[in-house]
Design a protein around this ligand. Structure first.
Ligand code: ZN
Ligand code: ZN
Length: 237
């Protein structure tokens, strides 16, 4: 059989232009050309959290334990929230969450992994699960995507089978007070399977607002016998 070389569909220079466009992009924040979703100068202005409550990551005047956590110690030991949920992190998280922008999500996860203190090293990362109905609507669980990248960077395994969200709760932000939030999330999670070797686990969430979600999930894991639970989230409201 004689192979006939087909002529190129377009001149070589055009092909090169296509390849170039695939790899170059502009910064989501300032519009300058950048190899990443956010350029290095813009990264410096992201709202990194500084002085926070060691338990719940709420912003304080100095690092310590906030009055609420002193009075009612949460079921988790330590929370790390890398950013404040203010501009532009709020905008970026919304892009990642509701428009399935995985480039942004990946960047946020990498920034988290760079800044998190991972000692003492936990046994496993558990992303806060979405209810199956919400997962179908949204297409993916943003907390799982964050956990996967942090796992890749740190070598700490991710587990998605340990717990399940069995109640399709209303979004926490639409609710009025603390009591309603607690009621909304009570018994929302079920622990399905935990390894006997797990002593210390980390819950991964994208945004921590009131802390009720991670509190309920942590309570469920405490009841299943986990000694220490920490929370790592991208942003704190
Ligand atoms: Zn920029
Ligand atoms: Zn606190």
């Amino acid at each position: 059989m004689v192979r006939v070389n087909k002529p190129l569909a377009m001149p070589d220079c055009l092909n090169l232009q296509v390849v170039f466009n695939l790899f170059s992009q502009t910064c989501y924040l300032c519009g300058n050309s950048s190899t990443e979703a956010i350029c290095n100068p813009c990264k410096k202005y992201l709202p990194y959290q500084t002085n926070t409550c060691l338990s719940c990551a709420k912003l304080l005047d100095e690092v310590g334990i906030c009055p609420e956590c002193k009075q009612n110690p949460p079921p988790y030991t330590h929370t790390q929230a890398i950013f404040s949920y203010t501009y532009p992190i709020d905008k970026l998280i919304k892009l990642a969450k509701f428009q399935q922008n995985l480039t942004i999500l990946k960047l946020l996860a990498n920034l988290m992994a760079q800044d998190l203190i991972m000692e003492p090293r936990p046994n496993v990362l558990i992303p806060v699960p979405l209810h199956s109905k919400r997962l179908r609507q949204r297409g993916y669980n943003q907390s799982l995507e964050l956990a996967k990248i942090i796992s890749k960077q740190s070598g700490i395994p991710v587990n998605t089978r340990a717990c399940k969200r069995i109640k399709n709760t209303r979004p926490q932000t639409s609710l009025l007070n603390a009591q309603q939030r607690e009621e909304n999330l009570a018994k929302a999670f079920k622990i399905k399977k935990r390894l006997a070797s797990w002593q210390h686990i980390v819950l991964i969430d994208d945004v921590m607002t009131t802390g009720t979600t991670v509190k309920q999930l942590a309570l469920a894991f405490k009841a299943a016998g986990i000694a220490r639970i920490d929370v790592w989230c991208c942003a704190r409201r």
